[in-house]
Ligand binder design. Structure first.
Ligand SMILES: Cc1cc2nc3c(=O)[nH]c(=O)nc-3n(C[C@H](O)[C@H](O)[C@H](O)COP(=O)(O)O)c2cc1C
Length: 182
């Protein structure tokens, strides 16, 4: 069975990334693959502290080696990213930049979210993928959120309902991702 990582790109103390990741993981499982949620807050990579250029693969730190192994073990990945000020969160860019060859040819689906679907964040990743040579699904899934989706605690009232609104797009994206994996 293929293992598909779901990387949570947000690390804020109060965030909706994990709720969306769990709902997406359920759909990956329903499609017959094994989801693995990778929470960048838990993985807690330091910021760019490898002395050598990651593309050389000469990783010095255990945390980098562990991250490289995690990414390398995946058959495909969903990058789940909010849009922050027109781009992706810094910890997600850091996680991408910390290793290199592990991303090459990795089947990748971007699921972005935000007030307008986080499209600017998804577009920013297109340039990144040109260099990391990800085998990316052409169209990202864009989850548009409204104020009513959030409760007073800053979390989604019903993450499953939010993801269901974009269920067709997600299903199309996951199917294409899994075709790349096979
Ligand atoms: C630093 C920051 C910048 C943001 N910038 C944008 C933005 O450019 N466009 C947008 O639609 N929403 C923006 N938002 C709102 C986020 O889409 C919303 O807070 C979302 O819940 C963030 O995901 P998270 O809760 O998983 O961190 C921003 C939020 C933060 C914290």
């Amino acid at each position: 069975m293929s293992t598909i990582g779901v990387i949570i790109g947000s690390t804020r103390p109060v965030r909706i990334g994990p709720q969306l990741a769990d709902a997406i993981a359920e759909r990956i499982a329903a499609d017959g693959a094994e989801p693995e949620v990778l929470d960048l807050r838990e993985i807690d990579l330091p910021f760019m502290n490898e002395p050598r250029m990651p593309a050389l693969g000469d990783y010095q730190h255990d945390h980098t080696k562990a991250w490289a192994e995690k990414v390398d073990a995946l058959d495909g990945v969903v990058l789940l990213t909010p849009q922050y000020n027109g781009g992706i969160p810094a910890p997600l860019k850091n996680a991408i930049d910390t290793v290199y060859t592990e991303w090459n040819d990795l089947p990748t689906l971007v699921v972005s979210y935000g007030g307008r679907g986080g499209q600017m964040a998804a577009d920013a990743l297109k340039n990144v993928f040109l260099v990391t040579r990800a085998d990316a699904v052409e169209d990202n899934v864009a989850i548009t959120l409204g104020g009513d989706d959030y409760g007073e605690d800053g979390l989604l009232v019903d993450a499953e309902a939010v993801v269901s609104r974009f269920g067709e797009d997600l299903e199309r994206g996951l199917k294409e991702l899994l075709t790349k994996v096979d």
